[in-house]
Design a protein around this ligand. Sequence first.
Ligand code: FEO
Ligand code: CA
Ligand code: CA
Length: 685
Amino acid sequence: MLKRHLPMAGHTRGNRLPITCELKCGNACSHEAPNTSGNTHFRDVANAAISRRAALGLGGGLAAAVVVGAATLQKAPAAQAANGFHPTGGGKLPFEAIAPVQRTVDTVTVPSGYDWAPIIRWGDPLFDDSPEFDLENQTGASQAKQFGYNSDYLDVFSDGGNDRTGFLVNSHEYTNENIMFSPEYLKSNPKDVIEAAIEAHGLSIVDLKRGGKGQKWEYVRGGRRNRRITGSTLFTVDGPAAGSDLLKTKDDTTGTKVLGTLNNCAGGTTPWGTVLSGEENFNQYFVGTGAEAERRIGISPGPSSRRWETVDPRFNLNNEGYANEANRFGWIVEIDPEDPKSTPVKHTALGRFKHEAGTAVISRDGYAVVYSGDDERNDYAYKFVSRQKYRKGDKKHNMTLLSEGTLYVAQFNGNSPESEIDGTGDVPSDGDFDGWGRWIPLVKNDRSLVPGFTVEEVLVNTRLAADTVNATAMDRPEDFETNPVTGKVYMALTNNSQREAGGLHEANPIPGNRDGHVIEMTERRGDHAAERFNWNILFLAGDPAQEGNHAYFDGVPLDQVSPISCPDNLAFDSEGNLWVSTDGQPGTIGYCDALHKVTLEGRNRGLVEQFLAVPADAETCGPVIHDRDNSVFVAVQHPGEGGDWGAHTSYFPDFVPEGPLKGDKVAVPRPAIVQVFSTTGNNGR
Ligand code: FEO
Ligand code: CA
Ligand code: CA
């Protein structure tokens, strides 16, 4: 069984299941964080303790509520009406927060007045000639025509002026071979398993249909936009590093054509209708040579976990002619979902690292801006600003915007005395973890701004370049999202087991940051292209009922909030409320991963209310909030990941433990796209 063959499966650092660590990110947390630049230790911190409650200057009633809440809170439904806070906040998707769900519960839990249903699952046939899903006969050829595995980034579109047709775009981050295939199949068909796994990566584009607004979507087999993009699909490369010697291999002497996209995690939809996807933990698929640039991105010598190098020599960088193959992954890719014949593009202008997000927005003066995190402990946050301006309605032109521009890395500066960042989570005496920041340019168009680095060196080895400019090491920057109402920018920092007490920073103030936090950023003059910003921590995640937690929600009484840990993907509803999905709650606060609504404006600012929970061992991904349409969508990633063949911990979404291994309903967990919809339809439209 693959799991038993994995040398590192079983380590227990960090907060994920061991098998998640192995397969999702190549045990990133079991190694030292690859940033050894010194930027992790931004400054030393003294030990003066400032009480958050006192420092906030709260009135007696509110301060008392905070203290009492922290001391007496039970693990109970959050957000009880009290102290002027209004549970659910009304709005277009009114709900009463659900109680957190114990980690072994194997279902999707939604609020009263809502129901859920899967739209599409791993293995569902996408094309008229797709084979039936058959676990014991999965091959690369069959998987290439079926919905992929481990759904992450998601967007759902209805066609303009038509409530009955639409499509979804979903990325498939990685594979869990030990619950995808029986031990016998793994042993007898190793080549088919690897080829199926390569084809289970990438993205799917799937047409949808339904009876009308507010109703449940169904996927359309044979839809005109249906497409699989996989670990073997042809991509072109553009931007300043295209054609560089650093990108050439024996199969591609031009350095402009790459087969496949890997570990596609968070993404974004552009204002011109294309989809961006971040290639995240691509390092784990390659056997390294021991070079420093490989170490900085996490590529190590020795056999890879999945052994893809045994089927395709390009996955071993030691093989003649393939030393640069890994340089061809780690990019933001752009896909036109409306044109299934289009060739997707890898944009070198946005740099190469463990990309997350790719959140695109148009600046005040018309430039395309893309925010992206580098999801590694002690790595950086980035922004790209296009050279050319966006032209409304001109998709052909707009699809060139990410080919040239300025790539920045973020530096966060605090405004409170170092002595007040004491690791307790208590707010500094000025009332906020906050300050200002700089976007430090690394590349401007085709010119390097980093001494000692050519432009292609900056773009291919972006971490090494950013190490030299005093960028701020962050606690695993994951998703970015911009608020459609206020224009503010939000960044999820999932956690950081290696945030050391000696390396605290006002923007990353918790040692061994187990639960993560969310930062709110305001670009100067409200201009997304600005080179300065202000920032503050919106919340420090945690379960207020647990001893030693650092939970802080901008002054909201702690007995009012839902417990939350490991914020990961972000989304907005039409009213400017932030929705936060989680990745890792089972291993930290002991609950199934969740989706929470966070109110940002008004008297309820900071209020966190849990909307749903995903099944056992799953991560909540890709939240999409269609509040004008009674619906919330999530991607349920790696359900049952902690189990094993024959001892599954989840049977989501078919729930047929004694069922067959082929056909429509099968007896294994299947990552799936879920629609949650109001059963009352009273969403205030
Ligand atoms: Fe794929 Fe950073 O989560
Ligand atoms: Ca401050
Ligand atoms: Ca994620």
